[in-house]
Design a protein around this ligand. Structure first.
Ligand SMILES: NC(=O)c1ccc[n+]([C@@H]2O[C@H](COP(=O)([O-])OP(=O)(O)OC[C@H]3O[C@@H](n4cnc5c(N)ncnc54)[C@H](O)[C@@H]3O)[C@@H](O)[C@H]2O)c1
Length: 342
C-alpha cells in the first residue's frame, strides 16, 4: 500500500510538532503545508521539502494531499475540516474539535456523509498508563466504578497569553477548561462514558488580559450513575499537574502528569502496573506548555491504520463532540446558575 500524503494546515506551535511526526511516519508523509503567515509557511515547507500554500483551499486541490491535519486556532477547526471532507480528504484535527457544538456536530456529520475518516487529537488516550487503565476497566477488574476526578492545575503567564487568539471567546471558545483541561476531561469520559448532566462555576480570577475563565469547577453525573468532578485552572502558580483519579469498588488508580502515581487492587499486585509505577516523575511539577510527541505519534499511527483498514480510530469525532458538549455545559451552568442536561 502507498503511503498517505498529509497536508498540514497551520504551522504554529503544535503544527510544527505534527509536521515532525508526519514526516517520520512509516505509512505517511508530509505532502504540503498551508499557513497564512508567509514566514511560517516557508520555514515549514523548507524544513520538510514540501509545497507551501498560502490558503488551505489551494492546498486541497493538490492531488498528493489525501488527509489533512488541522492545527489552526480552535475556532477555525470545523470550517477547514468540512472543506477538506467535502474535497474527499480524511481529517485529523487538533483539540478541541471546534468551539461551537453546532459547528462541531455538523463537522462530524459532513465527514460521515463524505465517507472520510475523522479523528481529533486527544493524545493522552495513548499515554501508556491510560491505555493500561482503560484495558483494566474494560476487563472489569476494578469492579463497579464509583467516581472520577479530573484536575488540571496549571499556570500560564502573560507571555503565553500574548498569542492573540488565546483566552478569547471568538477563537479559543473559553479558557482553562476548553483549552487546557480538555485533555484530562476527555480521559474522564473515556473511562466513565457518556455524561448525562453537569453543573459548574467558572471565573476569571487572575489573568486580566484574557476574556475567558482561568478557573473552572464542574460536577458531572454519568449515564451509568457514576459521578465525576472537574477542576481546571491556568492561574495557580507554580502549576502542579494534570491528574485523573479513578475510584472503584475493587481498586483505585491515579495518573498524574501522564505517569502512574498510584494503584491498588483488592486482588493484589499487577506486573504491568508495577512496571509503569513512577511516583517520582508523576510528582515533578508541570510548569510549561511543552508537548511530549510520543503519544501524538501513537495517535497518528492509529489514524493511519484506521484510514487503511477503514475502521474507526481510537478517538472519533463523536468522542470529541462529547467533551466539547460537557465543557460548554459547564459554561452554561455557570452563567445560568443551574444544572444542565446534556
Ligand atoms: N494537543 C495538544 O497538546 C495541543 C497543544 C497546543 C495547541 N493545541 C491546539 O492546536 C491548535 C493550534 O494551537 P497553537 O498553539 O499551535 O497555535 P499557534 O497560534 O501557534 O498556531 C496557529 C497557526 O495557524 C495559522 N493560521 C491562523 N489562521 C489561519 C488561516 N486562516 N489559514 C492558514 N493558517 C492560519 C497561524 O499563522 C499560526 O501559524 C489549537 O486548537 C490548540 O488548542 C493542542
Amino acid at each position: 500500500m502507498e503511503k498517505i500524503g498529509f497536508g498540514l494546515i497551520g504551522c504554529g506551535f503544535i503544527g510544527m510538532l505534527h509536521g515532525e511526526i508526519i514526516a517520520s511516519l512509516e505509512n505517511g508523509y508530509l505532502a504540503a503545508v498551508a499557513d497564512s503567515s508567509s514566514d511560517r509557511r516557508k520555514e515549514a515547507a523548507a524544513r520538510w521539502g514540501c509545497t507551501g500554500y498560502e490558503t488551505y483551499q489551494e492546498m486541497l486541490k493538490d492531488p498528493a494531499v489525501q488527509a489533512i491535519a488541522v492545527c489552526l486556532p480552535s475556532g477555525l477547526h470545523s470550517q477547514a475540516a468540512r472543506d477538506a471532507a467535502q474535497a474527499g480528504r480524511h481529517v485529523i484535527c487538533e483539540k478541541p474539535i471546534d468551539i461551537s457544538v453546532e459547528r462541531a456536530a455538523e463537522m462530524v456529520q459532513v465527514c460521515r456523509n463524505c465517507g472520510v475518516e475523522l479523528s481529533v487529537i486527544m493524545q493522552h488516550r495513548f499515554d501508556r498508563p491510560v491505555m493500561l487503565l482503560k484495558k483494566t476497566v474494560d476487563e472489569g477488574r476494578l469492579g463497579k466504578l464509583l467516581w472520577g476526578a479530573s484536575r488540571t492545575i496549571w499556570y500560564r503567564d502573560d507571555r503565553y497569553f500574548s498569542n492573540p487568539w488565546r483566552g478569547t471567546w471568538k477563537y479559543d471558545g473559553g479558557g482553562a477548561l476548553i483549552n487546557q483541561s480538555i485533555h484530562y476531561i476527555d480521559l474522564l469520559l473515556y473511562i466513565f462514558g457518556k455524561p448525562e448532566s453537569v453543573s459548574g462555576k467558572c471565573r476569571k480570577l487572575l489573568h486580566e488580559q484574557i476574556e475567558t475563565e482561568d478557573v473552572g469547577i464542574g460536577t458531572v453525573e454519568f449515564e451509568n450513575g457514576c459521578l465525576g468532578t472537574i477542576e481546571g485552572t491556568t492561574a495557580a502558580y507554580p502549576g502542579l499537574y494534570a491528574e485523573l483519579a479513578v475510584f472503584a469498588e475493587k481498586g483505585t488508580v491515579i495518573i498524574r502528569n501522564d505517569e502512574l502515581l498510584f494503584y491498588q487492587f483488592q486482588d493484589g499486585k499487577d506486573p504491568a502496573f508495577e512496571e509503569l509505577l513512577n511516583p517520582q516523575k508523576a510528582n515533578s511539577l508541570h510548569q510549561d506548555a511543552g508537548v511530549d510527541p510520543a503519544s501524538h505519534r501513537r495517535q497518528y499511527e492509529d489514524f493511519v491504520t484506521a484510514v487503511r483498514e477503514k475502521r474507526k480510530p481510537v478517538v472519533t469525532g463523536e468522542d470529541a463532540l462529547m467533551s466539547l458538549k460537557l465543557i460548554k455545559g459547564i459554561y452554561e451552568s455557570s452563567q445560568q446558575g443551574k444544572e444542565v442536561r446534556l
